[in-house]
Ligand binder design. Structure first.
Ligand SMILES: N[C@@H](CCC(=O)N[C@@H](CS)C(=O)NCC(=O)O)C(=O)O
Length: 249
């Protein structure tokens, strides 16, 4: 059976869980504790050299990383229900949309999420501990992100700016949904799946952005997403609920 190494709160991991659930594919779930840097262990880096979740073990010694790549792979090996448009041009446009969310949504959401989930712990680390932890991180970009969250917490202004940039997603989706119920037509696709984790967080952080005055089509889309059995199976629990449960544990 496939094994998914993932974070319950990670947007990229949530995409893969949504895709696996839509496909009805069984898998073993292995939750990675990012606060303990489990994703920087040699074992994890052998699966994903970038040191980020998710990673999917297809068979012993055979791994895939990058949520968009994993989702396309799953759609190829398990074609029903199809999660990409049939038309090659629409497929290419779908990939560009997913890439846009990778480049323009994830970095801004990380600022908001890490400030809540990682900053309280990371700020307690001594300088020596921090240096040891940074040394395990494989990329300069992620090392910088960890240094930042441990020593120079994001300001309220930076967090507000990050949220404003994240809110370009419902603006963009509102236009795309003018013709059809899903982002690429009558079929629910990997583009919708790519957007779901971000819209789920926007529903928690700025629910007014999803109301009927602000983005009526996105509101209807979000409602329809939540009716899908796969949405429930993928367990996109509220951020604050998960953090409270972790603190209590
Ligand atoms: N483009 C990657 C992004 C993966 C990613 O950035 N994952 C985040 C959580 S959503 C992560 O593991 N961050 C941990 C870190 O940076 O140390 C994908 O889609 O799989």
């Amino acid at each position: 059976m496939m094994k998914l190494f993932h974070g319950w709160l990670s947007s990229a991991s949530r995409r893969v869980r949504l895709c696996l659930a839509e496909k009805g594919m069984p898998y073993e779930s292995v939750a990675i504790d990012m606060g303990r840097q489990e994703h920087h262990s040699p074992q994890f880096l052998a699966m994903n050299p970038n040191g980020v979740v998710p990673a999917l073990e297809l068979a012993p010694g055979r791994f895939l990383h990058e949520s968009s790549t994993i989702c396309e792979y799953l759609d190829e090996i398990q074609p029903t229900p199809p999660l990409r448009p049939d038309d090659p041009y629409a497929r290419a446009c779908m990939r560009n949309f997913v890439r846009w969310t990778d480049e323009h949504c994830l970095p801004h959401l990380l600022i908001l999420n890490w400030s809540l989930a990682l900053q309280p712990t990371a700020s307690q680390w001594s300088d020596d501990e921090l240096q040891a932890r940074l040394a395990r991180i494989p990329t300069a970009e992620r090392r910088e992100a960890w240094l930042r969250i441990a020593r120079r917490p994001y300001t309220e202004g930076e967090k507000a700016a990050a949220l404003a940039k994240l809110l370009r997603l419902p603006d963009r989706m509102e236009e795309m949904l003018a013709q059809a119920p899903w982002l690429f037509g009558e079929r629910y696709t990997l583009a919708d799946i790519a957007a779901v984790p971000f819209i789920a967080r926007i529903a928690e952080l700025a629910p007014q952005a999803l109301d009927a005055d602000a983005h009526p089509r996105v509101q209807a889309w979000w409602h329809a997403v939540q009716q899908r059995p796969a949405f429930t199976q993928a367990r996109l629990e509220r951020f604050d609920t998960v953090l409270k449960a972790r603190a209590a544990a």
